[in-house]
Design a protein around this ligand. Structure first.
Ligand SMILES: [Mn+2]
Length: 328
């Protein structure tokens, strides 16, 4: 029997996200410790994770050392790959000068695998293969990212593939994503991150299984972040038959409304609404372009709002004067 523990993007950072009410870093450390305790209690062979280990490609030395010491508490090996937040400009070539690279050097348990043809095989009867696709510009282009490659694609045992890509079970309002329904893969179990909300466990009719349990962290106060549970996935691969999957909520993660501040989100919504009203005002007559220079904006607003030309003239003079002052 082989067992594995999986969780989504942890986003290690020293600073507190704008909408968090608590100490983000300490909350995250508590979650890691609970994951390690679970790993020990459940007797897992490894912990795997889809990337965005760090929130930024480089964190302060203090934060790096703090989390290096924390990860050294792991009772089992940890395998991960580079997420878009771990590298510079979505460029995998920059991996060698990131905090994740340093973390890999500092923590004996940690291995970062950045190629889908480099498998890790672990466990005994049965052995399980794990492959990883890191984030890159290719991710989600024509469904790319969700399959092991090379010899790893034809291996005989259970194939788990981990990807830092936007795999979803529904159409989002943006264009770079792949639908679970359409994925072509040589893997049996596909684990994804990147999308922090997650779609849970998705069993496809052809027998392939997909899971994104959601990020380990909550960084914004959206409704879905407020409501979701912070959870990890326990994968239990028996000697015969299909792997058993179980989502386990973390006890150390407080309910969303205790750690997230909604008020700044509501203020942000109001601001966005006001911006929209303003944008409508500064659009040209037929709405095809937005005016960008301040003079045209003032004139257009004045025209729409029927403002006295003398006031407009005065306003433009004041703007010109203010500009000179800025230059000085
Ligand atoms: Mn992420």
């Amino acid at each position: 029997m082989t067992k594995i523990l999986y969780f989504g993007d942890p986003h290690i950072r020293g600073t507190r996200p704008r909408n968090r009410l608590d100490d983000y870093k300490e909350a995250l450390k508590a979650k890691f410790r609970e994951v390690f305790a679970l790993a020990k209690y459940k007797g897992v062979d490894a912990i795997i994770q889809p990337g965005d280990t760090f929130h930024t490609p480089e964190v302060s030395t203090g934060v790096l050392l703090e989390f290096a010491e924390l990860l050294e508490e792991s009772p089992v090996p940890i395998y991960t790959t580079a997420g878009n937040h771990d590298i510079y400009g979505y460029n995998l070539d920059t991996y060698n000068r990131t905090s994740l690279k340093v973390l890999e050097k500092l923590v004996p348990q940690l291995t970062v695998i950045n190629a889908p043809d480099k498998p890790v095989r672990l466990g005994t009867s049965p052995q399980v293969q794990i492959t990883f696709t890191p984030y890159s510009g290719e991710m989600d282009k024509d469904g790319y990212g969700y399959s092991p490659e090379g010899l790893a694609a034809t291996w005989n045992g259970l194939k788990i593939h981990v990807a830092h890509g936007m795999l979803l079970d529904h159409e989002p309002p943006f264009d770079k994503f792949t639908l679970v329904q359409n994925v072509e893969t040589a893997a049996d179990l596909i684990l994804t991150g990147h999308d922090h909300i997650g779609y849970g466990i998705y069993e496809r009719r052809d027998g392939k299984t997909f899971c994104n349990p959601g990020s380990l962290s909550r960084m914004d106060a959206s409704q879905s972040e407020l409501e979701r549970k912070i959870q990890v996935l326990l994968i239990d691969v028996p000697a015969e038959g299909k792997p058993q999957l179980e989502l386990l909520p973390l006890q150390s993660a407080k309910p969303g409304h205790e750690v997230l501040d909604r008020s700044s989100i509501e203020a942000e919504n109001k601001r966005a609404y006001a911006m929209e009203q303003f944008a409508a005002l500064i659009q040209s007559e037929n709405g095809d372009k937005v005016l960008v220079d301040i003079e045209s904006i003032v004139k257009a607003v004045a025209e729409t709002e029927n403002i006295n030309p003398a006031v407009v003239k005065k306003a433009l003079e004041k703007i010109a004067a203010a500009r000179e002052e800025v230059r000085g």
